[in-house]
Design a protein around this ligand. Structure first.
Ligand code: SAM
Length: 264
């Protein structure tokens, strides 16, 4: 890595601390017939650790300058494949067609400039990830893990909570990276729920929560004025809320029931 010029624009802060790398891998209960997806292998530090425990690892790396470095780091791992392309442009389902797996995971030290688009793409891919364990910026991690009533609680938190149990794993100091970033990091796991709350239409639910959180200072009556407020009030009352409540106070089940009732 001696002469490698890191690109800030690609979120290239590489993790060199073996202790942290093995801790990340230990967060994920990788079982047999496993396929792990990694976004942004960089120099392959984390990839190597994943290659040791998973049946197969499929990586996406946008920066072709890393090809020779990755070839070298991963020379002993015939179970690891790297696609050199922008992950956000890929058809993941198509890429996975040739793999025979029972358990799918995502493990990555993400490029922070596209954390949310990556997570949204993965969740909307239609693929059933058992665990999504990612290193992200600490503040973003707090948002993903936020509880109703806190300032960080937002529509993405609600959406993620629908599918996953969100687990804060551990904090990683900025000193563990090269080059050193301006922020600390957090490893977080999104663990797929065995049983999802029955939802009539996920798209309707998604739009409803986006609208409910649209203007932070506004209450439900104002943010959801284009919906049937009578129906909404009936649901809110059941949970001891009313139209003056704000979206950040409402737990997942209220949004689910609201969406289902509005579709009736
Ligand atoms: N996994 C390595 C580690 O832990 O040391 C590197 C992590 S670094 C934070 C993020 C990596 O994502 C970089 O290698 C960067 O080139 C890559 N990357 C950035 N944007 C990407 C994209 N759109 N698709 C795929 N990889 C991307």
């Amino acid at each position: 890595m001696k002469d490698f010029i890191y690109k800030k624009s690609l979120g290239q802060n590489f993790l060199n601390d073996l202790n942290v790398l093995t801790r990340i891998v230990k967060c994920v209960p990788i079982t047999s017939k496993s396929l792990v997806i990694e976004i942004g292998p960089g120099s392959g530090n984390l990839t190597k650790e994943l290659g040791k425990v998973a049946d197969n690892v499929l990586c996406y790396e946008i920066d072709e300058r890393l090809e020779t470095i990755l070839d070298d780091t991963l020379k002993d791992f015939s179970n690891v494949k790297v696609i050199f392309d922008d992950f956000l442009k890929r058809d993941i389902k198509e890429d996975l067609k040739d793999y025979n797996y029972d358990n799918l995971y995502l493990v990555a030290n993400l490029p922070y400039y596209i954390t949310t688009p990556i997570i949204e793409k993965v969740i909307n891919s239609g693929l059933s990830f058992k665990y999504i364990t990612v290193m992200i910026q600490k503040e973003v991690g707090e948002r993903f893990n936020a509880k109703p009533g806190s300032r960080e609680y937002n529509s993405l938190t609600v959406y993620l909570n629908y599918y996953f149990t969100i687990k804060k794993e551990f904090i990683v100091s900025r000193n563990s990276f090269t080059p050193k970033p301006n922020v600390d990091s957090m490893v977080i796991s999104l663990i797929r729920k065995d049983k999802l709350l029955p939802l009539k239409n996920i798209e309707h639910f998604d739009n409803l929560i986006r609208d409910a959180f649209k203007y932070k200072r506004k209450n439900i009556r104002n943010n959801l004025k284009n919906y049937n407020l009578e129906i909404i009030l009936d649901v809110l009352k059941k949970y001891n809320f009313d139209l003056t409540s704000r979206a950040e106070e409402l737990p997942l089940e209220v949004f689910v029931e609201m969406s289902n009732s509005l579709i009736d």
